[in-house]
Design a protein around this ligand. Structure first.
Ligand SMILES: Cc1cc2nc3c(=O)[nH]c(=O)nc-3n(C[C@H](O)[C@H](O)[C@H](O)COP(=O)(O)OP(=O)(O)OC[C@H]3O[C@@H](n4cnc5c(N)ncnc54)[C@H](O)[C@@H]3O)c2cc1C
Length: 412
């Protein structure tokens, strides 16, 4: 059978694409090299639904994050049954130099069209976050920053897509991509061959390798950037309401202290350039620094022990922006370098790719579009909460934030 679309990669971007394109009536297959979905960059993020307040509104990332604000709404998450909390963020100034920069943060955020972002005084900050260190001098409040379960979102999207006819092939690493005489593609995987009219490369940390495999030169190189985290138990939840951000730099959003949808308190991520594309690692010295930083922000954490650590790898590139484009002649769409906001922008990325497919590549769907695209499922957690059955189909929890959050007892 020839599929309309083969999506390479089962991270949050590939899962969102599968859901959106199936909804549009395309006959789709998702190919994932690992045994489980959400096993690459998407398994090691912070679980924030970023509003895009600090992005360049002219960039691809900025435009798609703006669009995502209208798609990934409270209603969207609720209808999928995915925990989501719009807790807001406080971007805190810790010295007078930083305090002087806050008006510029507010001004830039207004260029993105985001409402509600404003500077607040030290006393307002203490009222909002009474446990924050008294060294904090003031802040910018960004009410639209939110928290989401970063594992359940892609899993629910894939589950819905499968219910609507999509196919998911796990343990299926794409090892070669060959063009067919009819213009379609023959993909050879570690688990058999698949034919599709159009291929979408959403291979995350291997995006450049897949581009090269398809006979082209990649217009970007992946430069993996690791982020480490330390996680406190849910008993720390009463200490913190908002996401506490530092002033961002051009390179990174910086280390944050944040609650999760399940009530853990987390500090991270770091930003370390590494060579490794798999198996992110934590090291004791970095975790000690993160813990000291967290105590500096929230002194009462001194009385709490961390319950775990984790790390993730960002699919960074030399440019700050996403690499998303369709090649009409090759019937190929690249969705690469989705570095640090892919969870937040995923619904807008999927919509955008849907329009590349129909408008630029002029691919007609095999089926009628669906009007009933999302809906909950019967969820049954395994007793140790490491696996979720959705309508009987099993999914292994691969994201530490979900795993720590669902532990019956968050003490080790
Ligand atoms: C430390 C850190 C913090 C972050 N925090 C946030 C945040 O708070 N909010 C936010 O919005 N974003 C955040 N991000 C960014 C977000 O996680 C990424 O943008 C997103 O996960 C990218 O998803 P993806 O699907 O493109 O890539 P991936 O998740 O890497 O998925 C690609 C998949 O392709 C598979 N694959 C690769 N090669 C092949 C092949 N040849 N054949 C078949 N399958 C293949 C891989 O196994 C993988 O599962 C963070 C990232 C990190 C690392």
């Amino acid at each position: 059978m020839q599929y309309d679309v083969a999506v390479i990669g089962g991270g949050v971007v590939g899962c969102s694409l599968l859901h959106e394109l199936t909804r549009r009536g395309y006959r789709c297959v998702l190919l994932e090299r690992k045994e489980h979905l959400v096993a690459g960059a998407s398994a090691g993020n912070s679980g924030h639904a970023h509003s895009g307040f600090d992005t360049d509104p002219a960039s691809f990332e900025g435009r798609l994050l703006t669009k995502a604000r209208t798609l990934a709404t409270d209603h969207f998450y609720e209808s999928l049954g995915v925990p989501y909390k719009k807790v807001g963020a406080l971007l805190v100034a810790w010295d007078t130099e930083q305090l002087k920069k806050l008006p510029e943060v507010v001004r830039k955020s207004h260029l993105t069209g985001l409402g509600g972002v404003r500077q607040i005084t030290q006393s307002q900050l203490r009222y909002l976050e009474p446990n924050l260190s008294h060294n904090a001098l003031g802040a910018v409040i960004i009410p639209d920053e939110a928290l989401v379960d970063p594992w359940l979102l892609p899993v629910m999207l894939v589950h819905n897509a499968q219910r609507n006819g999509a196919k998911v092939n796990l343990s299926s690493e794409v090892t070669s991509c060959r063009r067919l005489a009819d213009g379609g593609w023959l993909l050879t995987t570690s688990n058999g061959q698949v034919e599709a009219k159009v291929v979408i490369n959403a291979a995350g940390l291997y995006g450049d390798k897949v581009e090269e495999m398809a006979g082209g030169t990649s217009s970007f190189s992946i430069l993996p950037r690791q982020g480490q985290y330390a996680v406190y138990g849910r008993e720390a939840a009463p200490l913190l309401r908002h996401i506490i951000l530092p002033l961002p730099t051009a390179r990174t959003k910086g280390v944050t202290v944040f609650p999760t949808v399940y009530g853990n308190v987390v500090v991270g991520p770091t930003a370390e350039d590494v060579d490794e594309r798999d198996n992110p690692t934590v090291d004791g010295a970095t975790i000690d620094r993160l813990v000291s930083y967290a105590i500096g922000v929230l002194p009462a954490l001194r009385d709490h022990k961390i319950i775990g650590t984790y790390a993730g790898l960002r699919p960074a590139t030399a440019s700050q922006d996403y690499h998303i484009y369709g090649n009409v002649h090759r019937q190929w769409i690249t969705v690469g370098g989705i570095r640090s906001t892919g969870l937040s922008a995923s619904q807008a990325i999927a919509r955008h790719v849907g329009s590349i497919l129909s408008t630029d590549l002029k691919l007609s769907p095999s089926h009628c579009p669906l009007d009933r695209d999302i809906g909950g499922a019967t969820k049954t957690w395994s007793t140790d909460c490491t696996e979720l059955a959705l309508d009987g189909a099993g999914y292994k929890v691969t994201h530490p934030l979900t795993a720590f959050g669902l532990r019956k007892c968050s003490k080790l």
